[in-house]
Design a protein around this ligand. Structure first.
Ligand SMILES: [Zn+2]
Length: 546
């Protein structure tokens, strides 16, 4: 749909043209030529304004891209071109996803799986990835248009790859200068900060000093630093300490991305990682967190094997297994990985998702299969089964390796935001982690309504004003007169995630209306096809920055 300004829209509505274009039931004509002040009126809902304050009954009127009025007294329907019914619903600022893998936004500009959860802004290029050059990519994206707003990070991994390939060494002075220039360029072209993925090649080859030098460049532009830290398992404390060191030495805010502790030996240790964040904050550093609300990760069964055993593919693996000495080392490696990182000795924590060669195993755990075969569900059996699966090409697995207690402790921390870490997958394509479809709805359904872990107001703050402040968007993330009308209307009794690890391709339910910059992208539960999303830049640039 073509974007039209408020005055033009009002005129079109008077002529009865726009309601034909929109073709939806709740479009209203101007009665007897009376003055239409508002483009949209969201009527009868409970406003949860994003600040954490208690919700209250109010009507919200929108003119152009702004919230024109928030009124506890009902606003006359005749004063708006279109009335959106919100009775029994919550009206909240649109959700901001601090960590979204939306590489395919140009191909899927409506980003339906995000909109269906009420997300109006995605923060992209996390974990060190980035389209390069960023400016050219932004131009392309602007030409295509997109439904949600998007903000970008400059990505360390991409920058290092451009300059040094995948070399496992420190950069030369010249290489470091080139990387710094690239960070500066990306910041000039609109990035809101620097992201790293220190668990991945080639970021994994960098030392902290290199990251600090690059983060200093982002700091000069008022940017932030966001990191998929080096280790979320046994080395998690050193990795959190490294993040804090970057914040301190580069002098900028730091965001601990998708914080979790993987592996049974680490369970319960979020007490310690959160204490590290708290003491950094007490020392004056601006360290914050984001998290997705799932206790499982999703990856292939190959993750159980020592890396050397898989080099060269399935045929090479079979050859190694034929040699008793090598086989014994592989078995030991698998057992150690299960114990240290993949759920400890409990085989119910290893679940098969997509098994190409044996569909009836999909959804079953290693413990289920042991039971079927009349075997003890021990590590010997697990290693045997892992080998059986891998020599038939492998399978995708769901790894229940995060403790629910840690998840909740991190979720309720006042500086934790909600972020999906989800991809923008095509409906029915592949076998993604359900977080892309479900994160925001899951927090509101499971952790607010069902479990009462958070109040609705606090959960919404973690999805709106907190991330808006983090990415420098003072005109978003709250409902107040004069701010930009990025809004979601949802049913708090119904909102829920429907995507599971075994059946991930299900949209969240319970969201009725979603507006981006005053324009509906979901209206009465239907996608409108509008692409009003904007590219967001930081608006709170430090004094003295160039
Ligand atoms: Zn990550």
């Amino acid at each position: 749909m073509v974007r039209v300004g408020g005055v033009v829209r009002a005129a079109l509505a008077t002529l009865g043209i726009l309601s034909t274009v929109a073709g939806v039931a709740e479009a209203r004509q101007t009665p007897r030529g009376g003055a239409v002040e508002y483009d949209y009126l969201i009527r009868g809902g409970t406003v949860v304004d994003g600040t954490g304050s208690p919700g209250y009954r109010a009507d919200v009127a929108i003119r152009g891209d702004r919230i024109a009025r928030v009124s506890r007294d009902p606003i006359d329907a005749a004063r708006a071109r279109v009335v959106l019914d919100a009775r029994g619903m919550v009206v909240a600022p649109g959700f901001i996803d601090m960590h979204a893998h939306v590489e395919s936004l140009a191909r899927r500009p409506l980003a339906e799986l995000f909109l269906r959860q009420g997300v109006t802004t995605v923060v992209y290029a996390p974990d060190g990835g980035m389209p390069w050059p960023l400016g050219a990519y932004i131009d392309t994206l602007r030409a295509i248009g997109h439904a949600p707003n998007i903000a970008f990070f400059a990505g360390h991994n991409r920058i290092r790859q451009e300059v040094m390939g995948t070399e496992n060494r420190a950069p030369t002075a010249a290489e470091l200068e080139r990387m710094k220039a690239m960070v500066a360029q990306a910041m000039e072209e609109g990035a809101i900060g620097l992201s790293t993925g220190l668990r991945y090649v080639p970021g994994i080859y960098s030392e902290t000093g290199e990251v600090i030098e690059l983060a200093k460049v982002a700091a000069r532009y008022g940017g932030i630093y966001a990191s998929h830290i080096r280790d979320e398992g046994a080395g998690v404390f050193d990795a959190v300490a490294e993040l804090i060191r970057v914040a301190r030495e580069a002098g900028l805010p730091a965001q601990l991305s998708h914080h979790k502790l993987m592996g049974q030996p680490q369970w319960g240790q979020s007490v310690r990682t959160l204490a590290m964040v708290d003491s950094a904050r007490a020392a004056g550093l601006d360290v914050t967190i984001d998290q997705y609300p799932y206790t499982a990760t999703s990856t292939g069964t190959g993750v159980l094997f020592p890396a050397w055993a898989l080099a060269g593919g399935t045929a090479a693996l079979k050859e190694r297994l034929a040699d008793p000495a090598q086989r014994a080392r592989i078995v030991e490696g698998i057992k150690e990985t299960i114990l240290e990182e993949r759920g400890g000795g409990d085989l119910a924590r290893i679940q098969l998702a997509r098994v190409g060669f044996r569909r009836e195993w999909e959804g079953k755990t290693f413990a289920d299969i042991a039971r079927e075969r009349g075997r003890e569900p021990d590590l010997d059996f697990a290693a045997e089964l892992a080998i059986e699966i891998q020599t038939q090409g492998g399978a995708s697995g769901v790894w229940h390796v995060v403790d629910e207690g840690d998840l909740r402790r991190i979720l309720v921390h006042p500086w934790t935001m909600v972020a999906s870490d989800g991809g923008l997958d095509g409906l029915g394509e592949g076998h993604p982690h359900p977080r892309g479809y479900g994160t925001f709805a899951r927090v509101l359904g499971r952790y607010v309504r069902e479990e009462g872990v958070l109040t609705l107001e606090e959960a919404i703050r973690k999805m709106t004003s907190l991330p808006a402040w983090r990415i420098g968007q003072p005109e978003r993330g709250r409902i107040a007169e004069g701010l930009i009308a990025d809004l979601v209307v949802f049913d708090p009794a119904k909102i829920a995630d429907r995507a599971t690890f075994v059946e991930p391709h299900h949209f969240a339910i319970g969201v009725s209306h979603v507006l981006v910059a005053g324009e509906p992208v979901i209206r009465s539960g239907s996608l409108t096809g509008s692409k009003p999303g904007r590219v967001l830049r930081r608006e709170t640039v430090r004094a003295g920055a160039d």
